[in-house]
Ligand binder design. Structure first.
Ligand code: SF4
Ligand code: SF4
Length: 446
């Protein structure tokens, strides 16, 4: 029986590893469809940003109570993986609690620490689930935010339920194991009491030994299979941020938020037009495309941003366009970009890793013109994001394409462009009349 379990475990472990590797490879490939953008400057500053924002969860503590709960889930996720190493080794080698003889009397303390984390994760996940289902935090509700309808809503709850069940499985497994140790079952190594699960032991008082072994094994298999399912599921869900938050914050933009990425060719033409620069040599080469129509026109960091989005909606809750009832939601911009990436990934999988154009584009088929035109470029979304995503950068590139490539700008904008061209200002007054407002004023009033 033990050998059957061992073979089964190795098979499932191998399949999970292969599947996750395949998913990671296709995600990496789609991100690399983006344009080059060198983000390797100032490594020390980048490291410091990553340590503060991703590792230290700095932005999560803008709301301290949520910050503490999120930290519990995050530390639980990172540290419980060490315990999973023991479970995987047990499964592969057909052993039971392989680290117990190595760690001696330290072992029960070690497991008790994981039980403490499991309990903290359990409590935090229950609170998060209540916030979503009963308190109904506004930014997470599909009735108000259409991008949260369907799968994103379910995804947010599903992962919390999965984590709660996994934590219960750890505690049940340890409690049943402890009772079997007390009853002297030869297979269950004597380790000493575990602090938290011992409170569950009375539940098993009247249970026979064979039934207890079955309960312990079910909890063990359930826990580890749950972890494998979680590993695959994460690659399809917003929870990819657990991993991508680190590179995403490391490669975040370091320049001031208000600084826009101008196109050098256009900047040069404008400077010449305004008389700030002389025309030297040939006119600038016309770029193949102004701005971005599809994901291949965005840079790789824009695409990594899309995969890193936690769908928390802090950006949308702060967006003045969204607050005033416009169609724009920066969260939706990121989710749509990710959806497009996922569709492209499927095309690549079906075509031996090659992206064959499908006649669709990010702007038009996923994000509507009305949405991006509503942006005030205020940067509130960028300021709010806990993983340093920049939705504005994508919006501006899509808008640049609409305005410059397709000449699709609202009438009022065209009038402003015309004024800029002829009057070097947004208003329809000649530059010669610029100081008319001061005529008639006395010298000391000016
Ligand atoms: S920059 Fe645009 S999308 Fe971001 S918060 Fe401001 S208006 Fe909304
Ligand atoms: S872009 Fe940032 S703030 Fe907005 S939903 Fe995604 S993670 Fe949250």
């Amino acid at each position: 029986m033990a050998i059957v379990q061992q073979i089964l475990f190795i098979g499932i472990l191998g399949f999970t590893g292969w599947f996750v590797f395949r998913r990671v490879a296709i995600i990496r490939k789609t991100i690399l469809l983006g344009k080059d953008d060198d983000r390797t400057d100032q490594p020390q500053r980048r490291l410091s940003v990553m340590l503060r924002v991703a590792f230290g969860q700095k932005k999560m503590f803008d709301r301290p109570s949520i910050g503490v709960l999120h930290l519990a889930v995050y530390l639980g996720f990172i540290l419980i993986n060490i315990e999973i190493l023991e479970i995987v080794l047990d499964g592969v080698l057909g052993k039971h609690r392989i680290f117990a003889p190595l760690l001696g009397s330290f072992y029960p303390l070690w497991i008790s620490f994981f039980e403490f984390l499991a309990l903290a994760v359990l409590i935090a996940c229950v609170v998060f689930l209540l916030r979503r289902s009963i308190v109904k935090v506004e930014r997470l509700q599909p009735e108000r935010h259409r991008e949260m309808a369907g799968w994103p809503q379910l995804d947010g709850k599903l992962i919390l339920v999965l984590e709660i069940v996994l934590m219960i499985a750890i505690l049940t497994m340890n409690a049943a194991d402890s009772v079997l140790q007390d009853r002297g079952n030869a297979h269950y190594t004597i380790t000493g009491a575990f602090f938290f699960s011992q409170f569950l032991k009375p539940v098993f008082n009247g249970v026979s030994e064979p039934a207890l072994v079955v309960i312990e094994r079910i909890a063990w298999w359930f826990h580890i299979l749950g972890i494998f399912v979680f590993a695959v599921y994460v690659t399809y869900s917003k929870h990819l941020h657990i991993i991508l938050a680190f590179p995403n914050t490391y490669f975040a933009r370091l320049s001031p938020k208000g600084e826009m990425n101008n196109m050098p060719e256009i900047t040069k033409e404008v400077r010449i037009m305004l008389g700030l620069e002389n025309q030297t040599g040939e006119a600038s080469e016309v770029p193949e495309r102004f701005g971005a129509k599809d994901i291949t026109d965005l840079n790789w960091k824009n695409l990594m941003d899309a995969y890193s989005c936690t769908e928390c909606g802090r950006c949308t809750a702060a967006c003045p366009a969204n607050i005033t009832g416009k169609k724009l939601s920066p969260r939706k911009v990121m989710m749509d970009t990710r959806d497009r990436l996922e569709d492209v990934g499927r095309i690549m999988l079906a075509n031996k890793g090659e992206f064959i154009a499908d006649g669709k584009s990010l702007i038009g088929d996923y994000i509507l013109e009305e949405e991006i035109l509503a942006c005030t470029t205020c940067n509130a979304c960028v300021q709010e994001c806990p993983v340093l995503i920049n939705p504005l950068d994508i919006i501006l590139q899509l808008r640049r394409h609409k305005v410059m490539d397709e000449a699709h700008a609202p009438g009022s904008w065209n009038a402003m462009f015309q004024n800029l061209d002829t009057n070097q200002a947004p208003w329809k007054f000649s530059p010669a009349d610029r100081f008319n407002w001061a005529s008639g004023l006395k010298q000391d009033e000016v």
